[in-house]
Design a protein around this ligand. Structure first.
Ligand code: ADP
Ligand code: ZN
Length: 211
């Protein structure tokens, strides 16, 4: 079972991805995480990706598609995977169709007015990738899940967030239509409720498909 997670930046894809990946034993493949690991290790891909990510623009399709195509050949993907943050435009979706069969697309719709504050207040665990919001941390600087150090992503600032949301609107949102036409989209609504509430809804639907 290959599943795509679709949704605007800040919609909660990462948190849902962790939970879906655990429940259905699917490797969580996040292109954003792959790029950030490359930036940290100062690889060639990392250097290139950084210039786009810092501006809130998409990393070029050829690079991104090649990374995902290779990743899907790994042994852990033989029973499927969970793609988070890929595809992000129609070109990537069409490329993906050439090397993988997608069974379901979990689409998280969310009111854009919630996103600026969510993203700019977001703190992420360096170890496990879990996200938190400053307003709930009470000054804590470590992850309540694994004890890892929390940090603020460089692209979680108002200017970059604005351009990420514009990119989502212009390039990624059309994928909702793309997958609706294929009959594989599953629509959900993100709210201010805890992520576990949304996950219960998602799991109820995925259980029907997977088990
Ligand atoms: P978010 O969904 O919060 O924006 P991600 O971690 O998915 O965060 O992505 C961070 C950045 O990495 C994006 O703004 C973009 O620059 C780059 N990126 C991630 N996935 C892709 C992709 N599929 N194609 C092009 N660029 C990508
Ligand atoms: Zn953690």
């Amino acid at each position: 079972m290959n599943i795509i997670l679709l949704g605007a930046p800040g919609a909660g894809k990462g948190t849902q991805a962790t939970k879906i990946s655990e429940r259905y034993h699917l490797p969580h493949i996040s292109t954003g995480d792959i790029f950030r690991a490359n930036i940290k290790n100062q690889t060639e891909i990392g250097m290139l990706a950084k210039s786009y990510i810092d501006k809130g623009e998409l990393v070029p399709d050829e690079v991104t598609c090649a990374i995902v195509k290779d990743r899907l050949t790994w042994e852990d993907c033989k029973n499927g995977c969970l793609l988070d943050g890929f595809p992000r435009n129609t070109f990537q979706a069409e490329e993906l169709d050439k090397f993988a069969k997608i069974d379901a697309v979990v689409n998280i719709n969310i009111d854009f007015s919630l996103l600026m504050d969510r993203l700019c207040g977001r703190r992420v665990c360096k170890e496990c990738g879990e996200s938190f919001h400053v307003s709930t941390l009470n000054g804590a600087t470590t992850c309540s899940r694994c004890g890892g150090e929390l940090y603020q992503r460089k692209d979680d600032n108002p200017e970059t967030v604005k351009s990420r949301l514009d990119v989502y609107d212009a390039q990624t949102a059309p994928l909702i239509d793309y997958y609706t036409k294929k009959g594989i989209i599953l629509n959900f609504t993100g709210t201010e409720a805890p992520a576990s509430v949304l996950f219960e809804e998602v799991a109820a639907v995925l259980d029907q498909k997977i088990r």
